[in-house]
Design a binder for this molecule. Structure first.
Ligand code: SF4
Length: 60
């Protein structure tokens, strides 16, 4: 079965901006940088959705 769930890395506490123009988005949980959303890379390379999503704490 193909997973089509899009996990929103922007809301995840492991997401960060790398400032690397080639790979501007990064995931600290998996430890990689990518061009698109890290969760898409996880899905594409493992065939499974990201299981490390943790919602960012909201600022007071
Ligand atoms: S842990 Fe998952 S949801 Fe969070 S940034 Fe990494 S790939 Fe995205």
């Amino acid at each position: 079965m193909t997973q089509t769930v899009r996990i929103n890395c922007m809301k995840c506490r492991h997401f960060y901006v790398t400032w690397d123009p080639k790979f501007p988005k990064g995931c600290k949980a998996y430890g990689f940088k990518t061009q698109g959303l890290p969760s898409q890379t996880v899905l594409a390379s493992s065939g499974k959705p990201c299981y490390q999503f943790e919602e960012k704490p909201t600022k007071p």
